[in-house]
Design a protein around this ligand. Structure first.
Ligand code: 13P
Length: 253
């Protein structure tokens, strides 16, 4: 049985002082879950503060991007070693905002995935279609291709520990959530392509998240789908109500 994993993507929100306070408030409100791994993916500069704030709890911390080289003349970038040394265990790779605003491509996602794995991080690789692509009926084809390119050269052992987040771009920050059926269909297709690349053992163990307007009122239905192993949550992860997403089976209030 795959354990669920629910990660908050704080995006570019909260300075270190605010991040410490937010992490503490979430812990105090009961963000830990008996049936889901919980991760806070925070701005790089917040990592040490948030690692300190969650110390002694089951909550893990992640970054939001990683460079593909171990070190060097890459102004503004951050390496896998820097993330792990600061206490991060996870890293988001290829978020649609990175693709849209910072020129990420399937090829750079592939390079970053290799670097994250080599550096001992657990990657959360994001894929997903735009509204136009959905309307043209190319969603499955596109997502299959995104996964295939991202995983080029990745071993079966590494693939099994990688998390894939299906995030339809049209559902991100819009309040327009995919239906459970739409999300399940694409997450199942992702598992199928992983199976084609690595066999059924890896396909059965890889965890596939859904992201895009996840909220307390839709989390249980989404995470109850057979191929959806949790979520990558943006806006709703910045509020105490996130505890009702990580504890979607028995809300806390
Ligand atoms: P929202 O939950 O705010 O729609 O953001 C989703 C997302 O992009 C998570 O990575």
């Amino acid at each position: 049985m795959r354990k669920k994993i629910i990660a908050g993507n704080w995006k570019m929100n909260a300075n270190p002082t605010e991040a410490t306070a937010l992490a503490k408030r979430l812990i105090e409100a009961g963000v830990e879950s008996d049936y889901a791994d919980v991760v806070f993916c925070v701005p790089a500069i917040d990592i040490p503060a948030v690692v300190g704030a969650v110390k002694g709890t089951g909550v893990a911390v992640g970054g939001q991007n990683v460079h593909f080289k171990p070190s060097g003349a890459y102004t503004g970038e951050i390496s896998a070693d820097m993330l792990t040394d600061a206490g991060a265990r996870y890293v988001i790779i290829g978020h649609s905002e990175r693709r849209q605003y910072f020129g990420e491509t399937d090829e750079t996602v592939n390079l970053r995935l290799a670097a994250a794995l080599a550096g001992g991080l657990i990657p959360i690789v994001c894929v997903g279609e735009s509204l136009g692509q959905r309307e043209r009926g190319v969603t499955i084809e596109l997502v299959r291709s995104q996964v295939k390119t991202a995983f080029g050269g990745v071993s079966a052992e590494d693939a099994a520990k990688t998390i894939i987040a299906y995030e339809p771009i049209w559902a991100i920050g819009t309040g327009r959530v995919a239906t459970a059926e739409q999300a399940q269909d694409v997450c199942a297709a992702i598992r199928t392509v992983i199976g084609e690349l690595y066999g059924s053992g890896v396909a059965d163990s890889v965890r596939v998240q859904y992201g895009g307007s996840v909220a307390r009122d839709n989390a249980a239905e989404l995470f109850g789908q057979p191929d959806i192993d949790g979520g990558l949550v943006g806006g709703a992860s910045l509020k105490e109500d996130f505890v009702n997403i990580t504890n979607y089976k028995a809300r806390k209030g």
